[in-house]
Every structure is written in structure tokens, then in C-alpha cells.
Design a binder for this molecule. Structure first.
Ligand code: GDP
Length: 397
């Protein structure tokens, strides 16, 4: 049994948007995006070993099932505690192969930060540059995770000092991209700093990871990690320094919460009037404002049917609410509202601004649709204009 958190626990956290983070993982092909996402899901969220021992009791089949579901999920919500406070971290689905399609833009619209996975041996590659540039174009803050550190030790046989040198080079290359592509407002603010815990390093394959602040707190040096590999004690690294903790601590501390992020993101992502009632509500991420949801993905659930997943930019989506689909030009009723618990969708009464919602009943919605409180249908400007065809194109789960 993998679920342990009650929907009511998660709902409570979600209402306080300061305790929500919307993120995704981004990477050059083969640098470890999938393996990193896996270790987040296995370690954190619904499987937190801190709350219950279930994570350890999961057998291979369950893990495989969970992974299958995760691959198809539009969003995976994780639970994480940082400095004694609970957080909900939404891990938004991002396309495996990065391209310039609207699919990428839509995923980025959902999130406020990204974990950019970089192979420690290969360093920053062409697609690393592409994903960082795309993230910055959408005002998504990229943080750095240097993966496959085991290769530096086992394959390249680097000394601790040389490993540190390699990290410094990668951080330099990464910050050069931020310098090149970030809006001037964020060019300095978003550069990553090892000492501040804005860079994590580790091995997703072996499930350990650290940031400098965590390493300092635990009193661990590079020699210890190198020794652990030399003495074949890498499992101890995973036990003592779980990767998900390093990554999620970094996310909670350095990715802005949805309210902070929407203040600067809404003016860039949406071309409507910022002084209008809707504009102001989206800037404030106001749960009492008019309902606005940007839909990122459509799934067909064998039991529930058409599921539209998106980010609530303003207001609170409630079961039974009448909404208008701006692109489909259709009035519809939200038949059911859901959130993600890990990759599972769970029914809930309402989902407020800054969160990711799954909605049933909006059968004409396609990925990219803007859903609005039907009272505002004539004044709302959509996030994007879709070329609408009679039969919606859907991704089938
Ligand atoms: P993606 O294409 O970015 O999603 O990369 P994957 O997660 O599929 O990983 C690509 C390959 O790198 C797979 O063979 C993984 O097992 C391997 N890999 C991922 N993380 C690590 C790591 O930390 N160390 C090592 N040695 N290999 C890794």
C-alpha cells in the first residue's frame, strides 16, 4: 500500500500557497532526467519513509506499476518537509525530447522552477543550453543538479580535489547560460551558487545526493564519498544522504512559491490587461478571484474519461462550477475536481490558485486551452490561441 497521506492533509497544505512549489526536470538526453525523477518519486511524496515504513515495503512490481503510472501522469505531487514545515511539490510532466513545440511551452507554463540535470562527465551540452534557454524564456528559474558523480570516481578515477574542480567548471558553464539568456532582472539573481545550496550533486543511479549546506551540516567531505565507492559502500551514501532530500530542499528554498512567481510571470506569459480584475487576480494568485486555469495536458482515463490537467492562475475551481473554454468557445460544467497524490488522481472539493488541478467534464478542452469562470468569458484573453478543430486531439493514457 503506497498511499499514506490523506487527501485532507494535502488539501490543507495546498490552501497555503507559500507551501507549494511547481517544478519540472529538464536535461540533455541521457543525462539522467528519468532516473532523477524516479528517485524523487520513490524517495519522497507519498512514499516518505519518515512518516511510514511503506517505502521500504514496496516490492519490485509495485515500483514498476508506480513508474508506469508516473510516465503517463500529467503531474506527480510530492510531499516534503523542510525545516519542520510541510510542502506540496508538483512535479510537472515535461516532454522527454526537448523541441520548440508548444508542448514544451505549456509544460513550462505550469512550473516556476526547473531542476536541470547535467552529467558530471559530459558537462553542459547543446540540449542543456536549449532547456535552460527555454526555461528562462518562460521565466522559470533553473537550478542545477550535477548527476553521475559516481562516474567521476569510478570511471575517471578523479581525486576529491579534481572532482571539486570539475563541479566548479560545470557551475561556470551553467551560469554563463543564465548570463546569456536570462532577462536582465534575473541575470544575477538566478545565477547558482554552491555555497547557498543552489547546486546539488550526486548519483541518481545510486540515489544519493548533497548540496554544500547539507554536506556542511552533516560534516561530510568528498574524501568520504570517494572512499565509500572504493570500499563498495555506496548504499550507505543513499541511506545517509538521499538524493530526494538534497533536491527537494533546494527546490523549497530556492524556487519561488506560485504567488511570488506569478507576480513577474503573468505579465510575461499573458497578454491581457494587467489592471483588469482578472489581471490583478492572476498577479496576486488570488484564491478569491475569478477562476482561470491554463490546461497543459489531456488524458483519457479508462474509468473517468476525459481528464484536463492545468494550473490554476486565479480563483478556486469547485465541483459543479460553470466555466467557459476560450478556444473551444464552449460553456461546460466541471463535473469533478481532483488533485494528484503521487501519480494517483484523488477527488477533492476545490483547488485554489497556484496549484495543479485535474478536471473532469471539460470534454472539449485540449492541451493549451484557457478555462475561465463563465461570467468572464467576454473579457478574458486566452494564454494562447489554438487552431481549433471539431475533434479534439488528445493524448491517450
Ligand atoms: P534521460 O534520457 O535524461 O531521461 O536519462 P535516463 O535517466 O534514462 O538515464 C540515461 C542513462 O544514464 C541510463 O542508462 C541510466 O541508468 C544512466 N544513469 C542515470 N543516472 C546515473 C548516475 O547517476 N550514474 C550513472 N553511472 N549512470 C546513470
Amino acid at each position: 500500500m503506497v498511499r499514506y497521506k490523506q487527501v485532507s492533509d494535502i488539501a490543507k497544505i495546498m490552501k497555503n500557497v507559500e507551501q507549494v512549489r511547481n517544478i519540472g526536470t529538464l536535461a540533455h538526453v541521457d543525462h539522467g532526467k528519468t532516473t532523477t525523477s524516479d528517485s524523487l518519486l520513490m524517495g519522497a511524496g507519498i512514499l516518505s519513509p519518515k512518516v511510514a515504513g511503506q517505502a521500504l515495503a514496496l516490492d519490485y512490481v509495485e515500483i514498476e506499476q508506480l513508474r508506469q503510472m508516473t510516465v503517463k501522469a500529467a503531474n506527480v505531487s510530492l510531499y516534503h518537509e523542510w525545516e519542520g514545515k510541510p510542502y506540496v511539490i508538483n512535479l510537472v510532466d515535461t516532454p522527454g525530447h526537448i523541441d520548440f513545440t508548444s508542448h514544451v511551452t505549456r509544460s513550462l507554463r505550469m512550473m516556476d522552477g526547473g531542476i536541470v540535470v547535467v552529467d558530471a562527465v559530459e558537462g553542459v551540452m547543446t540540449q542543456t543550453e536549449t532547456v535552460v534557454r527555454q526555461a528562462l524564456a518562460e521565466y522559470v528559474r533553473p537550478l542545477l543538479y550535477i548527476n553521475k558523480v559516481d562516474r567521476l570516481i569510478k570511471e575517471l578515477r578523479l581525486e576529491p580535489r579534481e572532482i571539486q574542480q570539475r563541479f566548479i567548471e560545470i557551475v561556470k558553464e551553467f551560469n554563463a547560460l543564465i548570463d546569456l539568456y536570462a532577462d536582465k532582472e534575473f541575470r544575477d539573481k538566478w545565477k547558482v551558487d554552491f555555497a547557498k545550496g543552489q547546486v546539488a550533486f550526486g548519483s541518481a543511479l545510486h540515489k544519493w545526493g548533497l548540496t554544500v549546506p547539507i554536506a556542511m551540516k552533516k560534516g561530510v567531505k568528498f574524501d568520504y564519498i570517494v572512499d565509500a565507492y572504493l570500499h563498495d559502500e555506496k548504499d550507505k551514501l543513499a541511506q545517509d544522504f538521499p538524493l530526494y532530500i538534497a533536491l527537494l530542499d533546494m527546490v523549497v528554498e530556492h524556487i519561488p512559491n506560485p504567488r511570488e512567481a506569478q507576480k513577474y510571470r503573468v505579465p510575461k506569459l499573458w497578454k491581457g490587461d494587467l489592471n483588469s480584475e482578472i489581471g490583478k487576480a492572476m498577479l496576486e494568485c488570488d484564491p478569491d478571484g475569478p477562476t482561470v486555469v491554463a490546461v497543459s495536458k489531456i488524458n483519457i482515463d479508462p474509468h473517468a474519461g476525459h481528464v484536463a490537467t492545468g494550473r490554476v492562475f486565479s480563483g478556486t475551481v469547485r465541483e459543479g462550477e460553470e466555466v467557459y473554454l476560450l478556444n473551444a468557445k464552449d460553456t461546460a460544467r466541471v463535473l469533478q475536481v481532483g488533485i494528484y497524490m503521487g501519480p494517483y488522481r484523488e477527488k477533492i472539493e476545490e483547488v485554489s490558485a497556484g496549484n495543479i488541478v485535474a478536471m473532469l467534464g471539460l470534454d472539449k478542452a485540449r492541451a493549451g486551452e484557457t478555462v475561465v469562470d463563465s461570467k468572464y468569458k467576454d473579457v478574458m484573453m486566452p494564454f494562447e490561441h489554438l487552431a481549433y478543430v471539431a475533434e479534439p486531439v488528445v493524448t491517450v493514457a
